[in-house]
Design a protein around this ligand. Structure first.
Ligand SMILES: C[S@@+](CC[C@H](N)C(=O)[O-])C[C@H]1O[C@@H](n2cnc3c(N)ncnc32)[C@H](O)[C@@H]1O
Length: 224
């Protein structure tokens, strides 16, 4: 299952304005654009913004900005998506984030948030340089309690496993550890143990070496 495949089954994406908050390098902005959405990508890290602007199709607008203070006018978006990014927003800013999302969504709009669980083979390896057990647990609690009082109504919740290919430990390092300065600093102390964990948990499926990340997708409408 892919995030966009699932989202597409819930909401028609052709021609609608989708805001991808915490877009990173823009992997899902690109996929949303490919299925016909008009995409604005919002990202707080200027290095990722620069990389996304360099690599994404020019019709995707990439903006430097924060989830808790979205650089968008009110009622501008049909759908706001957050893919594995809510748990990165500091807890003090999460209420403001939901207020901001409510502000930029049309009254017919949708909010789609996918969060990873604190388990799975991907988590087993990543936790050695960044243990997100607490923030991921807190995000799921928050989403399970998000209701009309905050301006949203849960339409659909689905759990699935995101499977990503990392053919070697070196590729995993290049994609997941080295782009992040904090993870890179933590890596030296756990290098051998981390490589051994990757070798132990990585699975070969149809000739591809993969790690699995279980997650839940929460799809909300705007409460009337
Ligand atoms: C795990 S990455 C996910 C990136 C992308 N959505 C993906 O799934 O590949 C989380 C992203 O959220 C961004 N982020 C963290 N705090 C943010 C905030 N307050 N506002 C916007 N983006 C934020 C990070 O810089 C990072 O790029």
């Amino acid at each position: 299952m892919s995030h966009i495949e699932h989202l597409k089954s819930l909401y028609p994406l052709q021609g609608v304005h989708v805001v991808d908050v915490g877009a990173g390098d823009g992997i899902y902005s690109r996929q949303l654009h490919a299925v016909g959405a008009k995409v604005t990508a919002i990202e707080i890290d200027p290095r990722k913004v620069a990389k996304a602007r360099e690599n994404l199709p020019s019709s995707i607008q990439v903006k430097l900005g924060a989830a808790e203070k979205l650089p968008l006018s009110s009622g501008a978006a049909d759908l706001v998506g957050m893919f594995f990014s809510l748990h990165h927003v500091p807890s003090d800013f999460q209420s403001a984030t939901f207020r901001e999302i409510r502000r930029v969504l049309k009254s017919s709009g949708r909010l789609h948030i996918v969060e990873p669980y604190p388990y799975g083979t991907m988590f087993d390896v990543v936790r050695m340089v960044e243990d997100e057990t607490h923030v991921r647990t807190r995000s799921h609690q928050l989403l399970n309690g998000l209701d009309r009082d905050r301006g949203f109504e849960l339409v659909n919740k689905r759990e699935y496993v995101l499977t990503r290919e990392y053919p070697t430990f070196e590729v995993f390092l290049e994609k997941i550890v080295l782009p992040d300065p904090d993870r890179t600093r933590a890596y030296d102390a756990v290098a051998a143990e981390m490589a051994a964990t990757y070798e132990r948990v990585a699975e070969t499926v149809d000739g591809r070496v993969v790690l699995h990340q279980p997650c839940a997708a929460y799809h909300f409408s705007v409460a009337g």
